[in-house]
Ligand binder design. Structure first.
Ligand code: ZN
Length: 201
């Protein structure tokens, strides 16, 4: 913890050394994209994309799960998505899954999660026929990667259930992207709708 405190204390100096103009950020933000990914500490969106302060709006959830829009139930995720689309008017939403994901691993193993009931309920919020669960019978490495990639595509479908997203996509002002990040190699793959594959960027 002490190193975190020390680094936070020295942050203004480091920013100055890098000639980062923090004062400019007080004028507002104009992020290019909403980046939705897992809370996993090994996935660092700004490191992966090279985005600086003000360039990436982030939403992080366990297993990068996006709740289906529900007019009767407000969620932090829905509010974050709506703010990014309606207020910040981001032109892109990226949903990025990753290898070695603990949350998706829990889906795969279907182990006993009663000791962590919130996680259990959160994962239970995935589709009844979630492709990750469907891959349980064929869980070699390639199959898991493929299953996680389809899991990301499922989250894109769920994004489209949010009215603000649907409206902007239909107007051609918002593009949705499905990415997959390999923790052990750093390679980022992106879904190509034309071929249905995830080649490296
Ligand atoms: Zn994860």
């Amino acid at each position: 913890m002490q190193s975190l405190i020390d680094n936070a204390r020295l942050f203004p100096k480091r920013a100055a050394d890098r000639r980062t103009d923090l004062g400019r950020l007080a004028e507002g933000q104009h992020p290019e994209a909403l980046f939705i990914t897992c809370s996993d500490s090994r996935v660092v969106p700004t490191l992966i994309t090279g985005a600086g302060p003000g360039e990436l709006f982030e939403l992080r959830t366990a297993g990068n799960i996006v709740p289906v829009h529900d007019a009767e139930r407000v969620t932090a995720e829905a509010a974050t998505i709506e703010y990014a689309v309606e207020v910040l008017q981001v032109a892109n939403i990226i949903v990025c899954g990753h290898s070695h994901c603990g949350a998706v691993g829990a889906l795969l193993s279907a182990g006993d999660l009663t000791a962590i009931p919130s996680v259990q309920r959160w994962l239970a919020d995935t589709e009844p026929h979630d492709p990750v669960r469907d891959a349980m019978t064929d869980a070699d490495g390639a199959a898991i990667t493929s299953a996680v990639q389809r899991h990301v595509l499922t989250q894109l479908d769920r994004l489209r259930s949010h009215p603000s997203v649907t409206a902007r996509v239909d107007e051609g002002r918002l593009a949705l992207h499905a990415w997959f990040y390999a923790i052990d190699t750093g390679v980022v793959s992106a879904h190509r709708p034309q071929t249905g594959t995830f080649p490296p960027l």
